[in-house]
Design a protein around this ligand. Structure first.
Ligand code: OVM
Length: 404
């Protein structure tokens, strides 16, 4: 008798730290190395398997049966570690518990529900652009535009009160750091967890929200019995956690992309209807959300590598979005490509439920800019801010030439 053929050797092993500052600030070299090493790479520092190729990232994202979210989508395994806050009913849940909150929020954030906001947001974007240009031709694109616009548009649309909105970005920064290891980035904010969480949680109460925003619509879904009254505030919390930093850094990615690619800016100015495609291409190219984890629900093979039940899988969305086996000339920001299929918003049942909101924000800001700005360029090196999950920015020093 011959023995069964020997198991292929295990996957390639890497001792790289994807959450080290240097990697967070410039992740492409690690992404390239991981894609090149194989379809699955074992990361010895964290005892997790990692996926950096488009094919495997996409496959894991759509297979919620084998790759669950309910044990957390960060490094921490909620089956063994207490989560830092009550788990999200959307992000950190699986069917069937995931489905009612998802359906309710999907309807509230669907394109027909956003029609009302469109005019308002275009007006707000034009006001902000006018105001910035009135102040001169040199400014910081992050604070003046990428933060200023969503910080006015989105909290108003949710129905937040006027006080404490300065807590939104720090809370998001903290929440996105919490998906990574408990490194220095997490420690730095540890003293603010209680204060920021208390503020965010207080904003989720029905009484704290206006009568006509997304927040009120979530509570109305509870009145109809589509959600329980216990679920409603946690669904509002999801908006406040996932809806601010993501769009800020998505818009910053657009500004960075256009400052670096003046020909693409010219193309957008000729065809402003490309604004949404431009936003998706910027999301593909920069991947504001770089990584998420899943947990194996059973022993499962990926491309011949056994992933043991109850262990974590790290998906590099940013690496998949630049996989040369999926994208032609992937490092190029290119408005002539079709960016659909990128995994910057995820894929499958958890795909970003707020993506239409984000696209509307981008459309409003980019079309307002396209009307008034002939050209934009960087005057100094942009500065990134390390975060365990987000590809984020602190400054984009811009000089613009206004239209005549
Ligand atoms: C949430 C949530 C959803 C998506 C992303 C996210 C912090 C959070 O439901 O709280 O990032």
């Amino acid at each position: 008798m011959t023995e069964a053929p020997e198991r292929a050797a295990g996957p390639p092993v890497s001792d790289a730290d994807p959450f080290a500052h240097g990697v967070l600030l410039d992740p492409e070299p690690l992404h390239q190395a991981l894609r090149g090493a194989g379809p699955v790479v074992y990361l010895s520092r964290y005892d997790v398997h990692a996926l950096a190729r488009y094919e495997q990232v996409h496959a894991a994202l759509v297979d919620w049966q084998h790759f669950e979210s309910g044990a957390g989508v960060g490094l921490a395994n909620f089956r063994h570690e207490k989560p830092w806050r009550l788990p999200s009913l959307l992000l950190e849940a699986d069917p069937p518990r995931h489905d009612a909150p998802r359906r309710a929020l999907r309807e509230i954030l669907a394109p027909p529900a956003l029609r009302r906001l469109r005019t308002t947001w275009h007006t707000v974007a034009e006001e902000i652009v006018d105001q910035v240009l009135a102040g001169g031709t040199e400014f910081d694109g992050v604070t003046a535009l990428a933060e200023a616009f969503p910080l006015r548009a989105f909290p108003d649309a949710v129905g937040l009160g006027p006080d404490g909105r300065e807590n939104l970005l720090p809370y998001g920064n903290m929440a996105f750091n919490a998906f990574g290891p408990r490194n220095d980035l997490v420690q730095t904010d540890a003293h603010r967890v209680a204060e920021l969480s208390a503020w965010v949680n207080a904003q989720c109460a029905r009484e704290a929200l206006s009568k006509d925003g997304f927040g009120a619509a979530i509570w109305a879904a509870a009145d109809r019995g589509d959600l329980t009254y216990e679920q409603a505030p946690l669904v509002v919390r999801s908006l406040l956690t996932a809806g601010v930093d993501t769009t800020v850094h998505g818009l910053a990615a657009c500004l960075y992309a256009f400052a670096r690619h003046p020909d693409e800016w010219r193309r957008l100015r000729q065809r402003p209807e490309l604004a949404r495609t431009a936003f998706d291409e910027a999301v593909r190219w920069q991947s504001p959300v770089q990584t998420f984890f899943r947990t194996a629900t059973t022993d499962v093979a990926i491309a011949g590598t056994l992933i043991p039940k109850d262990t974590k899988i790290l998906m590099f969305l940013g690496a998949a979005n630049r996989d040369p086996d999926r994208w032609h000339d992937p490092d190029r920001f290119d408005l002539t490509r079709d960016p659909s299929g990128h995994v910057g918003f995820g894929m499958g049942i958890h795909q970003c439920v707020g993506q239409h909101v984000a696209r509307l924000e981008a459309e409003a800001l980019l079309t307002a800019l396209a009307r008034r700005v002939e050209r934009m360029e960087l005057t100094a090196t942009p500065r990134r801010h390390p975060n365990n999950t987000l590809r984020s920015w602190t400054s984009l020093p811009l000089r613009i030439r206004p239209t005549a």
